[in-house]
Design a protein around this ligand. Structure first.
Ligand code: TEU
Length: 527
C-alpha cells in the first residue's frame, strides 16, 4: 500500500514532557529539552512523538487541567519554542502530536471562572451545573475517577458542578454548540501551526446522559479497586452523541491533511473491544486510532494473546487500522509488570504486530517503576486514595540520559526522583551495549523500517501453545516469522516449511528450532 498514510507504518513515541529533558535548570522537563534530544529519537528510529499536555495549567493533574488551550505553559517554554521544536522535528522527518484535553478544563480557565460567576452568566451552560437533590445532597451517584463524588458544591451560586476527574477539572458541556465551536477552533489553531495530529484525552467521557440518571452499582467491586470503580460508568461515559463530535474532529483533521502530511487523531478510550470499535466511526469517520490498551493488562500466555489478537483483528471495521500500546503515563511499566526478560519479548511483540505501536519514553531502556518516597508523592490520584497502588508517579520518573549529575536530565533536583538503577541503566550506558534494551529497540525499529512485512504486512498465526506464540507477517514476497517464548523454560517451535535465517533475538542464544528461556526471535526465509 504505497499510498497509505504515514501513521499506518509509523512508530509513535510518547513523551511525558515534565520528565524527558530539562533545559533551564528547574528540575522540570521542557520543550527546549525535547528539541535537544530529537537526534536521540531519530537514532532510535521512531517516526512521531506524542507530547503529553504542554498548555498553561495550574498542574493539579500535571497539565491535564488546561487553563489556555492555545498557549504554552511557561514551565515548558513559549509558543516560539514550540514552533522551533516543530520545525526542528520536521526537518528530521519526525512528526509531532499534541495532547488535546477536551472533556474538561482547569477550574482556573477563564470560561469556568465566568461560568461559576453567576447562574445567569452566558458561560454558565458551558459546564455541567445541577441543583442539589431534594435532601441537599449530590445530584446523582456518579464517582470521580480520582475517588469521591463527581460533584462539587458551589456555595456562591448554590449548585453542583460535575467533574469526572479532580474538582479542579470541571467537565465541559459538549452538548452546548458554543463549547463545540470554541473547542474545535483549538484543533484548527494547532493544525494551522503545523501540528501533525492529536491524542485526545478521555474521548469516551466527552458526552454524558442528558438526564444524569444514577449509575448502576458495580457488582464486582472491592475496596482494593479504589472508590472510582464502585459504580459502573454506564450513563457517565460512551454516549452515542460522542461519535458526532469525533466526526467533527475528523473532518477538521481531514481538511488540514495533504498526501504524506496526513493529520492523525488518536482517541484515549478504555472500553471493551466491541464498544471501542465504534470510535473508528461509520465509514472511517471517527478517530484514526482508538487506543488499544489490551497488551498492558493481558494474561501473559500464548493462547490468551493469540485469542486477543484474533478477536481484535476480527472486530476491526472495514478500513480500520490496528494499534498496540505497552505502557503510558497512567499504567505500570512493562519491565515491572512482565519482568526484565519478558519486557524484551513484549517489546518484540509490540513492534512486530500488525498495526501502529506506541512506545512510552524510557521503556526502550527497560525502566522499571520508580520507588517514590512518601514525602515526594506528586500524583493527585495517589494523594486522594493512598496505598491502593493507584499512584502514577512511579511511571513518570525522569529519563536517565547518562551517569552524571541527575542523570543528565537536569542540573537541579528533578521534580520526581530517578529510578534506583539510573547509574547503570541510562541512554549513554545502553547505547554502546549491543545486549541492552536500547539496542534491542533500535534493531527492532530498523527491521520494521526495512521490512514492509512488519510495517504493513498481513498477520497469520502459526502457533499458540503454552508459552510459545509464533506468527508470520507477509507483504508481497517479504516474509517474516516471529516466535516468542513467553516463559523461562526452553520450548521447541514448529516453523513453516523452508529454511529460516535469524535476524534478531531478544537473548544471545543461538536459534535452530528451540526457543531458549525468554527468547523471542525474528526470522526470514533463507535465500
Ligand atoms: O486518563 C484517563 C483515565 O481514565 C485513566 O485515569 C484511566 O482511568 C486509568 O489509567 C485506567 O487504569 C487520562 C490521562 O491519561 C490521565 O493522565 C489524566 O489524569 C486523566 O485523563 C484526566 O485528564
Amino acid at each position: 500500500t504505497p499510498n497509505a498514510p504515514w501513521w499506518r507504518s509509523a512508530v509513535l513515541y510518547q513523551i511525558y514532557p515534565r520528565s524527558f529533558q530539562d533545559s533551564d535548570g528547574d528540575g522540570i522537563g521542557d520543550l527546549n529539552g525535547i528539541a535537544a534530544r530529537l537526534d536521540y529519537l531519530v537514532d532510535l528510529g521512531v517516526d512521531a512523538i506524542w507530547i503529553s499536555p504542554i498548555f498553561p495549567s495550574p498542574m493539579a493533574d500535571f497539565g491535564y487541567d488546561v487553563e489556555d488551550y492555545c498557549g504554552i505553559d511557561p514551565r515548558f517554554g513559549t509558543l516560539a519554542d514550540f514552533d522551533a521544536l516543530l520545525a526542528a522535528a520536521h526537518a528530521r522527518g519526525l512528526k509531532i502530536l499534541l495532547d488535546f484535553v477536551p472533556n474538561h478544563s482547569s477550574d482556573q480557565h477563564p470560561w469556568f471562572r465566568e461560568s461559576r460567576a453567576s447562574r445567569t452568566n452566558p458561560k454558565r451552560d458551558w459546564y455541567l451545573w445541577r441543583d442539589a437533590a431534594p435532601d441537599g445532597g449530590v445530584p446523582n451517584n456518579w464517582i470521580s475517577d480520582f475517588g469521591g463524588p463527581a460533584w462539587e458544591w458551589d456555595e456562591a451560586t448554590g449548585q453542583y458542578y460535575y467533574h469526572a476527574f479532580l474538582k479542579e477539572q470541571p467537565d465541559l458541556n459538549w452538548r452546548n454548540p458554543d463549547v463545540r465551536a470554541a473547542m474545535l477552533d483549538v484543533l484548527r489553531f494547532w493544525f494551522a501551526r503545523g501540528v501533525d495530529g492529536f491524542r485526545i484525552d478521555v474521548l469516551w467521557h466527552m458526552v454524558k446522559h442528558a438526564d444524569f440518571p444514577d449509575n448502576p452499582l458495580n457488582p464486582a467491586w472491592h475496596v482494593s479497586m479504589g472508590e472510582m470503580h464502585r459504580v459502573l460508568q454506564r450513563h457517565s461515559t460512551d454516549q452515542p452523541e460522542v461519535h458526532a463530535i469525533a466526526g467533527d474532529m475528523r473532518r477538521i483533521a481531514d481538511d488540514y491533511s495533504t498526501p504524506g502530511e496526513e493529520r492523525v487523531l488518536i482517541g484515549e478510550i478504555y472500553l471493551p473491544l466491541e464498544r471501542l470499535m465504534h470510535y473508528y466511526g461509520q465509514d472511517e469517520s471517527g478517530v484514526h486510532l482508538p487506543f488499544n490498551f489490551q497488551l498492558i493488562d493481558a494474561r501473559w500466555d500464548a493462547r490468551t494473546l493469540a485469542q486477543m489478537i484474533a478477536d481484535y483483528e476480527a472486530a476491526l471495521p472495514p478500513g480500520g487500522w490496528p494499534n498496540w500500546v505497552l505502557g503510558n503515563h497512567d499504567r505500570p511499566r512493562s519491565a515491572t509488570k512482565r519482568g526484565a526478560e519478558q519486557a524484551r519479548v513484549a517489546a518484540m511483540l509490540l513492534l512486530t504486530l500488525r498495526g501502529t505501536p506506541t512506545l512510552y519514553y524510557g521503556d526502550e531502556l527497560g525502566l522499571e517503576d520508580a520507588v517514590i518516597p512518601p514525602d515526594r508523592v506528586q500524583d493527585p490520584r495517589e494523594l486522594r486514595e493512598p496505598g491502593l497502588g493507584l499512584g502514577r508517579d512511579p511511571v513518570r520518573a525522569p529519563m536517565p540520559w547518562d551517569a552524571g549529575a541527575h542523570a543528565g536530565f537536569s542540573t537541579a533536583e528533578p521534580w520526581l526522583p530517578l529510578g534506583a538503577d539510573w547509574r547503570t541503566r541510562n541512554v549513554a550506558a545502553e547505547r554502546d551495549d549491543p545486549a541492552s534494551m536500547l539496542s534491542l529497540h533500535r534493531a527492532l525499529l530498523a527491521l520494521r523500517r526495512r521490512h514492509p512485512a512488519l510495517g504493513v504486512g498481513q498477520f497469520r498465526l502459526i502457533e499458540a501453545e503454552g508459552d510459545v506464540l509464533a506468527y508470520e507477517r507477509v507483504c508481497g514476497d517479504d516474509r517474516i516469522v516471529v516466535a516468542l517464548n513467553l516463559g523461562a523454560t526452553p520450548h521447541p517451535v514448529i516453523l513453516p516449511p523452508g529454511a529460516w535465517r535469524l535476524l534478531l533475538s531478544t537473548t544471545p542464544d543461538p536459534f535452530t528450532d528451540t526457543l531458549a528461556p525468554n527468547q523471542g526471535v525474528i526470522l526470514q526465509p533463507e535465500r
